[in-house]
Unconditional design. Structure first.
Length: 319
């Protein structure tokens, strides 16, 4: 009888108190107390999930960036008489794989991976944490609140993403020995040629234009799938994560292509986004804005399925 009243009392406390988080097992009548608020738990889980997700999918991201930059790189490297030389053939994923293996070997698929994993640990920590706290602050559990919280998370993380991706893109766009796969040398080179502003700000506007709607789709689609999908098997988060990751990238992918070109440029001169966009369109037409889409979708599916699966596992353990 006493255990019955204890169980009812604990359920009442759990539904009315935000900390500590109390969980009750009816089978064993055991009580587990978590001192972590949801926002803090999301920071921890997002950090680990972000690093693991980007690590396992990094070679696909390298292929994506190199596919986006291969034609602009040919413009810089193939001109022998002072005139720009362009190739109108869009490189396939196979072309890029052969190019990397021939010129850089296996290591060519992993330039900048350490910085990116550490950076993504921070980025995803902030993204998941801000999203969770924004959801708690917004009224109700409507789809509008879900999207608003996700877009706000994208806005906040953009200021971290821009400098981290600047280094990532520079490392991935390099020749075999330019930075010796050393992120510190790359950062020093960017600071020397572009200054702190070039590191922190170049591509920031495009990053905001990409991240805000992308995160809005990312978290909203995953949340809606978890809530309304009929699938409840243990590996469902892998499926939901893969779908939400791909869905979040398709609408903003052309922005990412232009951003990669802008961030791959060195020097402290201003890189005009509209001129870059116009130049890309003149050279390659509309197809140029989809360079690297195949490895990107593969990467998104792998990265975000692992990210959400890992995140859910850790959240379940912490809360």
């Amino acid at each position: 009888m006493k255990s019955k009243y204890l169980f009812i009392s604990l359920l009442f406390l759990q539904s009315h108190a935000w900390v500590p988080n109390v969980q009750v097992s009816q089978r064993k009548h055991s009580v587990t107390v978590s001192a972590l608020p949801t926002g803090v738990a999301s920071l921890v889980a997002g950090s680990v999930a972000g690093a693991i997700g980007v690590g396992v999918s990094y070679p696909l991201d390298t292929l994506k960036v190199k596919a986006q930059l291969m034609i602009p790189m040919e413009e810089n490297n193939l001109g022998t008489d002072g005139a720009a030389v362009y190739s109108r053939r869009v490189p396939t994923t196979y072309d890029v794989v052969v190019h990397v293996l021939k010129n850089e070997g296996i290591a060519g698929f992993f330039p900048g991976v350490k910085t990116t994993m550490m950076g993504q640990a921070i980025i995803k920590s902030v993204a998941f944490g801000v999203n969770a706290m924004a959801l708690e602050a917004l009224p109700g559990g409507s789809t509008t609140s879900l999207i608003a919280a996700a877009c706000f998370a994208g806005f906040v993380t953009s200021f971290l993403v821009a400098p981290i991706e600047r280094i990532k893109v520079m490392m991935q766009a390099q020749g075999k020995d330019l930075y010796q796969n050393n992120e510190i040398q790359c950062i020093k080179a960017v600071l020397k040629t572009d200054g702190l502003k070039g590191l922190m700000v170049r591509g920031l506007g495009l990053t905001l234009a990409r991240e805000v709607p992308s995160y809005g789709i990312y978290f909203a689609v995953y949340g809606l799938l978890k809530e309304f999908s009929p699938f409840e098997f243990a590996l469902a988060p892998l499926l939901y994560g893969a779908f939400s990751g791909c869905a979040s990238w398709v609408p903003v992918y052309p922005i990412d292509v232009v951003k990669s070109i802008v961030q791959a440029n060195e020097g402290d001169q201003t890189v005009n986004v509209w001129e870059t966009t116009e130049d890309l369109y003149k050279r390659e037409g509309i197809n140029g804005f989809w360079n690297g889409i195949t490895p990107k979708m593969l990467r998104a599916a792998v990265n975000h399925s692992v990210t959400f699966f890992t995140y859910d596992l850790i959240i379940d353990a912490l809360l």
